[in-house]
Write a protein that binds this ligand. Structure first.
Ligand code: SF4
Ligand code: SF4
Length: 133
């Protein structure tokens, strides 16, 4: 994919931050320390994961994100579990469908998302991410 890191971040911020429950009425990130948001704390790895794939199958992008991002995230436990994910506190995971939308925008592709939606609750039904400091 021929997108710069800055372009990808802008596309994903536009999709995700715009609807994130942590966003303030002023349009800013409401976290006391916005740099702890895993989605953007690990954004170079997120971008690398997306850019390393060229496929019409969205699961390949998602697998790549899990492989390249979660494996270097300090929240991942040695047994492969993640309390942040389980407790819907990771914006990358909680807003994965929107990240997929952003990947579509960045790649110009349209993916079959039915298998993603069936794997979890639709995004609007998910609880508010409780991202802690
Ligand atoms: S928590 Fe993350 S996704 Fe939500 S507004 Fe802040 S930076 Fe954006
Ligand atoms: S799901 Fe867990 S391991 Fe993966 S990026 Fe989010 S906090 Fe890190």
């Amino acid at each position: 994919m021929n997108r710069s890191l800055a372009e990808l971040e802008a596309i994903i911020r536009n999709r995700v931050c715009k609807v994130c429950t942590e966003r303030t009425v002023d349009g800013e990130c409401g976290l006391e320390d916005p740099s702890i948001c895993a989605l953007f704390r690990l954004f170079p790895q997120v971008a690398e994961a997306i850019q390393s794939v060229d496929s019409n199958d969205i699961t390949e992008y998602i697998n790549s994100i899990r492989l390249r991002v979660c494996t270097v995230c300090s929240d991942l436990e040695p047994d492969g579990s993640c309390a942040q994910r389980q407790q819907v506190r990771c914006a990358l995971d909680a807003y994965l469908i929107l990240v997929v939308d952003a990947i579509e925008e960045a790649t110009g592709k349209t993916f079959n998302k039915s298998n993603i939606l069936s794997a979890g609750a639709p995004i609007e039904l998910r609880p508010k991410p409780q991202i802690q400091l």
